[in-house]
Design a protein around this ligand. Structure first.
Ligand SMILES: [Zn+2]
Length: 170
């Protein structure tokens, strides 16, 4: 496994974080999230978001945003991906999450130079699986340039999770 170094494809938002994923894997996961975003249902905001969850057996589970005419019932891509994975029995062994968002023009995703990070609600949803046994906390946020990497604890410090309820999840 190659460690990231200066001049690497990806930039870690926090220089102290450890990245245990190769640049190729990071790039592939980012591209998978971008492809998922094209499948987003976003007739209201016109902002498509895709998410890709990489598990320790190499499986990638994707999700895309699913908007609703009521607006408030909209489901984010990350939430869709986590629910999809959970419904397939995957609640452990998450290695990384990639997220990509932007507008679709001529069938292509047009992203901004700033990273698209998970919304507050999705950070709480992701905490349920990132805090699970054998799961890690790398969040890969795609941009129009190189992906930016975050440690999940920087995105959601002091999380509320099963530990606060005295529960060990399976
Ligand atoms: Zn969200």
């Amino acid at each position: 496994m190659k460690a990231l170094s200066d001049g690497a494809l990806c930039k870690a938002a926090n220089e102290k974080m450890t990245v245990n994923l190769s640049e190729d894997d990071i790039a592939k996961l980012s591209e998978t999230a971008q492809a998922a975003a094209l499948k987003g249902y976003a007739p209201y905001s016109r902002y498509h978001v895709g998410a890709a969850l990489l598990y320790d057996d190499g499986t990638i589970v994707t999700g895309a945003n699913f908007e609703n005419a009521s607006y408030g019932m909209t489901l984010c891509a990350e939430t869709v991906a986590v629910a999809k994975a959970s419904s397939e029995g995957r609640r452990k062994g998450l290695r990384a999450v990639a997220i990509a968002g932007g507008r679709v023009e001529n069938g292509a995703l047009v992203m901004d130079s700033a990273p698209v990070t998970p919304c507050g609600r999705c950070r709480q949803v992701l905490n349920e699986v990132i805090g699970a046994p054998d799961s890690s906390a790398l969040v890969i946020c795609s941009t129009s340039n190189d992906p930016v990497l975050f440690d999940f604890s920087d995105l959601l410090p002091q999380p509320f999770g099963p530990a606060q309820l005295g529960i060990e999840t399976e």
